[in-house]
Design a protein around this ligand. Structure first.
Ligand code: ARG
Ligand code: ZN
Length: 471
């Protein structure tokens, strides 16, 4: 099974390949603990695929984003207030922010000096920050935001549409619309206040606190209390039909649908409560209080995103896409990556959720889906690289990550049996809820829960080049 709708139509690989290796070496050193002389925050967290993603020296606990967007001029005004805490002494630190013009920047209400260097916004506070100190960064900005082009050629970030903007940030795009510590290692709560013309709707993450219309404009206030990685934030704007209801489990559902997609989307969105109930049985309690769907009309985007608490679709989704994006609420959103290299923990799991859904709803069994994939010849793109080591940022949304990642879970299931396998899924989501997980931690947990040595299995399916010689 491939999922062209979730992946960019074209894969362009040249771009990063040349630049990454040099940068990596420099940054891995830079990202290390500060030495006595070093009270400068590192420009990245040390991610080998995205060396400038995130920053060293501090954590952000909360983002307060106040935005105004005018779809006709495509102009955005923004104010970002970040509550942060220094993890080392800092005479200087970076944020990730690209494109927009900065009109003011303070740290603890004192004017700070800054310079910009590509995606790095280098901030020098008036006074150094002590290790452990809580501080507040306020940035005001404006301009015409646009997306970044990812290593695989797809667009992410603020993507203008004919009636607003499709706002998706995986893996890099958050920095196109707010200054961020832009790596899933740092998770934070968020408040959004978004003002748009009164015939438009602005949809972000979490609960809608309120909306009010004045002088031809509507302001929407959204709150995501649970920790969220920057790439999962959205502020999607469009002419939407909105539907709100509460599920039997007490989840607040907010659906925003572009009228052009409404007929096709309706029968699928209707199934959300039953899909979430089904997923909760398999993966444990749904991690958030809010749920829903944003169905935009953005045909040029080519993928959907598991924006936290409310996935974002570039068109009416089919049922398996809805199952996939909502499975990410557990795998990817609640349990976050520490490195983009581990992306199969997101995509392999969400894809496997689709297979399980089919199996338990009268469709093909997961084994049958596995068999059909395994039958592909060794030359097939499915076997191009191992999912546990995609090799570069250009590969993180490639077929092996999704399909061979899911196949790994089927092989695991066959090795440990259903009882242990489903216990492993539950335990994984529970143990790392609202936190992080690594591939190594998953392997250890699977071994603990099953009492089996699974080294060979993971070695073969996650790390070995080429098609594994036996299923
Ligand atoms: N996580 C998304 C999904 O599989 C895919 C995001 C793709 N993003 C991109 N920039 N190509 O559900
Ligand atoms: Zn996915």
């Amino acid at each position: 099974m491939t999922h062209p709708r979730r992946r960019p139509a074209l894969l362009r690989r040249e771009a990063v390949v040349a630049t990454v290796p040099v940068a990596v070496a420099a940054l891995l050193t830079a990202a290390g603990p500060a030495t006595a002389a070093g009270s400068v925050g590192a420009p990245g967290v040390g991610d080998p695929y995205f060396p400038l993603a995130g920053n060293g020296g501090y954590h952000v606990s909360h983002y307060g984003l106040t935005l105004g967007y005018d779809p006709s001029s495509r102009h955005l005004t923004g104010k970002a207030v970040l509550a942060a805490r220094a993890t080392q002494r800092l005479t200087r630190f970076d944020l990730d922010f690209t494109g927009l013009k900065i009109t003011g920047l303070t740290v603890d209400h004192r004017k700070a000096s800054y310079k910009r260097d590509g995606q790095e916004l280098v901030v020098t506070p008036a006074r150094p920050l002590r290790k452990g100190q809580s501080f507040r960064i306020t940035v005001t900005y404006n301009g015409k935001p646009g997306p970044v082009t990812d290593p695989d050629g797809s667009l992410d970030g603020w993507i203008p549409t004919d009636d607003g903007a499709f706002v998706a940030g995986e893996p890099q795009g958050a920095m196109t619309w707010f200054p961020a510590n832009n790596h899933p290692l740092d998770k934070s709560s968020y408040d959004f206040t978004i003002t748009v013309p009164k015939d438009r709707t602005a949809v972000a993450n979490g609960l809608l606190l309120g909306q009010s219309t004045r002088n031809g404009k509507t302001t929407f206030r959204w709150r995501q209390k649970a920790p969220m990685a920057a790439y999962l934030a959205t502020a999607t704007v469009g002419r939407f039909k909105v539907k709100q209801y509460t599920t039997r489990d007490g989840l607040k559902v907010y659906d925003a649908v572009d009228p052009r997609e409404a007929t096709a989307a309706a029968p699928v969105l209707k199934k959300l409560p039953s899909v979430l109930e089904w997923e909760s049985k398999l993966f444990g309690p749904y991690p958030y209080r809010a749920a829903g769907s944003i169905v935009d009309h953005a045909p040029n985007v080519g993928y959907a995103l598991e924006t936290q608490s409310r996935p974002l679709y570039d068109r009416a989704p089919d049922l398996s896409t809805l199952v996939h994006e909502n499975a990410h609420q557990w795998f990817g959103d609640s349990v976050s990556l520490t490195s983009w290299k581990d992306i199969w923990l997101n995509e392999g799991f969400a894809t496997y959720a689709e297979w399980l859904y089919s199996e338990q709803h009268g469709g093909d069994s997961a084994q049958k889906t596995f068999d059909a994939l395994y039958a592909r010849p060794a030359s097939d793109a499915l076997w191009e690289f191992p999912p546990g080591n995609p090799g570069s940022g250009a590969n993180i949304f490639g077929t092996p990550v999704y399909a061979r990642g899911a196949m790994t879970l089927q092989v695991l299931r066959n090795a440990v049996g259903d009882k242990d396998f489903f216990r492993i899924l539950l335990a994984w989501a529970k143990k790392h809820r609202h936190g992080h997980g690594t591939t190594a931690q998953f392997e250890r947990l699977a071994e603990r829960e099953s009492g089996k040595n699974l080294d060979q299995l993971f070695m073969t399916w996650l790390y070995a080049q080429g098609k594994p010689s036996h299923p």
